[in-house]
Design a protein around this ligand. Structure first.
Ligand code: ZN
Length: 224
């Protein structure tokens, strides 16, 4: 009885100093079920282990600062985990003076990382929505793309998340998102196919319900 209590106490001691909850990737909120986030020095130690596994000496001069540099780079690559997409779209405008057409933003740069290999996939996103009286600043569309792209992703989910978030948060009448990316995991390893573009498309609302409207908006978002 005493032994099992001790084990419980030990387990609590080990985990409590680093029990800061991470942001949940899907809901953006602190989630009790999310795994514990290790401390920065633990992440640096993991990178030194990785360097040694590669056959390197993590103590040699050129590599001494590498774990720190990698973590700082990761802080930028994966900044999306600290961003709340709903917050980005919160400030909207309704002075449209009768404008009823779609809003189309083409060629938004996409820099993301595939969750299967943790290597980059890059390309462009074309985003369109049909406002129901409210629009957001155009830069917010680009920030929305970044908030979802700067996480570990698959291109299909990235496309769906951008579309759904615009549709829900802006109460848009229709949304269409087309993303075209080259995946480094396909270009530099595995099948090694350079220049192969993956194109994903998500259409929601009015544009999804009418074939002619869908064709018309996708024509505007076509990848050249
Ligand atoms: Zn991959």
């Amino acid at each position: 009885m005493a032994r099992s209590f001790d084990r419980l106490a030990l387990a609590t001691d080990v985990t409590s100093p680093r029990s800061r909850p991470v942001l949940h990737a899907e809901c953006g909120a602190s989630c009790a079920d999310a795994p514990l986030r290790p401390a920065r020095h633990e992440a640096e130690a993991a990178l030194r282990t990785l360097l040694a596994w590669l056959g390197e000496d993590p103590r040699r001069e050129g590599l001494r600062e590498t774990p720190d540099r990698v973590l700082r780079a990761y802080g930028e690559y994966f900044a999306g985990y600290t961003q709340d997409p709903a917050l980005i779209l919160q400030k909207s405008f309704d002075e449209l003076d009768g404008y009823q057409g779609p809003v189309v933003v083409r060629d938004i740069e996409v820099h993301s990382h595939c969750e299967h290999h943790m290597v980059p996939f890059t390309g462009v996103a074309h985003v369109a929505y049909l406002p129901r009286g409210r629009v957001v600043g155009l830069s917010k569309i680009a920030r929305l793309v970044d908030a979802f792209a700067k996480r570990l992703q698959i291109q299909e989910r990235l496309t769906a998340q951008i579309a759904q978030s615009l549709f829900t948060e802006l109460d848009a009448r229709a949304v269409a998102v087309v993303i075209a990316c080259e995946h480094q995991c396909m270009a530099t390893r595995g099948v090694r196919k350079h220049g192969a573009n993956t194109i994903t498309t998500q259409v929601l609302g009015l544009w999804d319900e009418h074939a002619s409207a869908r064709a018309e908006i996708l024509q505007q978002l076509r990848v050249d």
